[in-house]
Write a protein that binds this ligand. Structure first.
Ligand SMILES: [Zn+2]
Ligand SMILES: [Zn+2]
Length: 276
C-alpha cells in the first residue's frame, strides 16, 4: 500500500502544475500528515486462515465491526485535529466545524461505538441525527478512521484473492469505492476503498453501488484527454470517478487521484448525482 509521504509528495507535485488545486491539496496534505503521525496499533484483527476464507467465501469483508479494536482516545484526538485543520483552511465552514468538534468531545467515551456504526453503515448516523452537517461530519470521521483502517488493510490484504472475491464492496472493511482505475496492462477495473485505501478488482461494467448493469441506464463522460471519466448510474443516481491508466502517463497513485479529481465530484453533484 502506498505510504502517506508518497501521497503527499505526489499531491504537492501535481498542485505545482495546477494552481487551482492548491488550497484543496494543501488541506489534504495536512490531513495526511496528521494521519501519518497518529498512534496506530500495529497488526490486523486476529483471524485464523480458516475464518478469513470462510468470511470471504460468504461475501463478508474480513473486518467485522465487532472485531475492530481502536484506540478511542487516539481516534478522538484525530477527529479534533482534522476538524481544526478544516476550520483553518475553510473560514466558511468554521461554525459548522466548531459544532462538530464540540459534539465529538461530548461523545469521547462512545467513540468506539461510533466507529462500529460507521463501519456497518458508512456514516455517522448519530451526528446527522443531532443536526450536524452530514457531509462534513462524514469527511472528518472518515479521515480520522482512515489510518486505523489502512493499518488493518495492510495487515490483511494478503488474505484476499481478488479473483475469488470480485464484489462491489471492499473485501477488507466493506466500504464503498470512491475511485476506479482501468489497469494499464489488461484494462481490468480496480476500485479504491473510500475508507481503508485497499484496492481490489471488480467487473468492468456496471454500477458498484446498486448492481445495475443495464447499458441504457449507465453513462460516462470522458475528459478531453481521455484520462478521466465520470461514470453515472441512472438507477441509483450515484457516480464514480475513473482514471484510465492506459491513457495516463507515468505512475498514478489512486489515493492522490482521489483528491486531484475534486472538480469531478463538484460537477457530478451539480448535475444531481450523489456520492452517498
Ligand atoms: Zn476498505
Ligand atoms: Zn447504481
Amino acid at each position: 500500500m502506498v505510504g502517506y509521504a508518497e501521497i503527499v509528495q505526489e499531491l504537492r507535485r501535481q498542485a505545482g502544475k495546477r494552481p487551482e488545486l492548491a488550497d484543496t491539496v494543501e488541506l489534504h496534505c495536512e490531513v495526511l500528515e496528521a494521519q501519518a503521525s497518529a498512534r496506530i496499533p500495529s497488526g490486523g484483527a486476529a483471524l485464523s486462515d480458516e475464518e478469513a476464507s470462510e468470511r470471504l467465501e460468504r461475501g463478508r469483508p474480513l473486518l467485522s465491526p465487532e472485531s475492530l479494536s481502536i484506540d478511542g482516545q487516539a481516534l478522538g484526538e484525530l477527529c479534533d485535529r482534522i476538524g481544526s485543520l478544516v476550520a483553518q483552511r475553510r473560514a466558511d465552514l468554521a461554525e459548522a466545524v466548531a459544532a462538530i468538534r464540540a459534539w465529538f468531545v461530548d461523545k469521547r467515551d462512545q467513540i468506539e461505538t461510533l466507529a462500529m456504526g460507521y463501519l456497518r453503515e458508512g456514516r455517522v448516523r448519530d451526528g446527522v441525527e443531532a443536526g450536524l452537517d452530514g457531509n462534513l461530519v462524514g469527511f472528518i470521521f472518515n479521515n480520522a478512521m482512515r489510518p486505523f483502517l489502512r493499518a488493518q488493510a495492510q495487515a490483511l490484504a494478503s488474505r484476499v484473492d481478488d479473483a475469488a472475491w470480485y464484489r462491489a464492496r471492499c473485501p477488507i472493511c466493506g466500504g464503498e469505492p470512491d475511485l476506479a482505475a482501468l489497469e494499464r496492462e489488461r484494462g481490468r477495473r480496480r476500485l479504491l476503498c473510500s475508507r481503508c485505501d485497499n484496492e481490489w478488482v471488480f467487473q468492468r461494467i456496471g454500477c458498484p453501488f446498486c448492481g445495475n448493469d443495464d447499458p441504457g441506464k449507465l453513462a460516462y463522460y470522458s475528459s478531453d484527454d481521455q484520462v478521466y471519466r465520470l461514470s453515472v448510474c441512472e438507477q441509483c443516481r450515484r457516480y464514480l470517478k475513473t482514471i484510465d491508466l492506459r491513457q495516463a502517463h507515468g505512475e498514478r497513485l489512486l489515493p492522490a487521484e482521489r483528491v486531484l479529481t475534486v472538480a469531478m465530484d463538484l460537477a457530478a453533484r451539480e448535475s444531481g448525482y450523489g456520492d452517498g
